[in-house]
Design a protein around this ligand. Structure first.
Ligand SMILES: Nc1ncnc2c1ncn2[C@@H]1O[C@H](COP(=O)(O)OP(=O)(O)OP(=O)(O)O)[C@@H](O)[C@H]1O
Ligand SMILES: [Mg+2]
Length: 231
């Protein structure tokens, strides 16, 4: 239902994606891996229309969204949880979550039902500022904000980066539930190969803005990881 064909993407005149084609399996997790600077974040940004220029097609449920501005891509059902989370520290937890609701196709502007279900702590502290949360809680908040759009597809960029091990497990559990229990399609950029192997049904390994290996997750062997991820 989401398919990417020959994506190229640019920052100014410099090309960061060099022709990426991928079929994203609906209601499953597709893992994106690769060394630093290989274009993982750029791939997610390109899907959202957040780079300077792009070529190629991005088809969502048969419709080519590659000419749409970012807010319309969001309204077509794709939510983005950026690397570094991008929450607003001065806004309350509630305000941060509700920001994501601008893209809600049913016009619901409140706290989505999934928030108390997945993040009871956030639901119990809606009036506290986002800035007082720990890194892991801020990551949960960024996911909650994405869910306020009630999206079909969620793009997650290194959700476990810089987060305490105790909370990593909780976030992993949420990501698994998003696909397995709630039927969302997830594209997950993740450096933790162990988690990718547990979570994803398919993967793509990037190098220099290209897909160098892809396929069912069983094909993400130690040899593939050694070849493309060790420094
Ligand atoms: N805003 C920008 N302006 C110019 N070049 C950029 C910009 N953002 C990224 N790049 C370049 O594009 C390439 C891909 O970067 P990208 O951030 O997509 O990599 P990444 O795989 O997400 O890396 P990391 O693992 O460090 O998050 C790199 O060469 C990077 O220097
Ligand atoms: Mg990145």
């Amino acid at each position: 239902m989401l398919s990417l064909t020959n994506l190229e993407s640019y920052y100014g005149r410099s090309r960061a994606l060099n022709g990426i084609s991928l079929e994203i399996e609906p209601q499953r997790i597709t893992g994106i891996a690769g060394r630093n600077g290989t274009g993982k974040t750029t791939l997610l940004k390109t899907i959202m229309g957040l780079t300077d220029a792009a070529r190629g097609s991005i088809r969502l449920n048969g419709q080519d969204i590659s000419a749409l501005p970012t807010h319309r891509r969001a309204r077509s059902g794709i939510a983005y949880v950026p690397q570094g989370r991008g929450i607003i520290p001065e806004f309350t937890i509630r305000e941060n979550i509700v920001m994501g609701a601008f893209a809600n196709r049913a016009g619901r502007r409140g706290i989505p039902d999934l928030v108390p279900e997945l993040f009871p702590y956030l639901a119990a502290n809606l009036d506290r500022p986002g800035g007082v949360l720990s890194g892991g809680q801020q990551q949960q908040l960024a996911i909650a904000r994405a869910l306020a759009a009630e999206p079909d597809v969620v793009l997650l960029d290194e959700p476990n980066e810089g987060i305490q091990p105790s909370i990593v497990e909780e976030i992993e559990r949420v990501i698994l539930r998003l696909s397995r229990e709630f039927g969302l399609t997830v594209i997950l950029v993740e450096q933790n190969i162990g988690f990718l192997r547990r979570a994803a049904s398919r993967f793509a390994m990037l190098e220099k803005g290209r897909v160098v290996e892809s396929g069912p997750i069983a094909d993400l062997t130690d040899a593939v990881v050694d070849r493309h991820m060790t420094i």
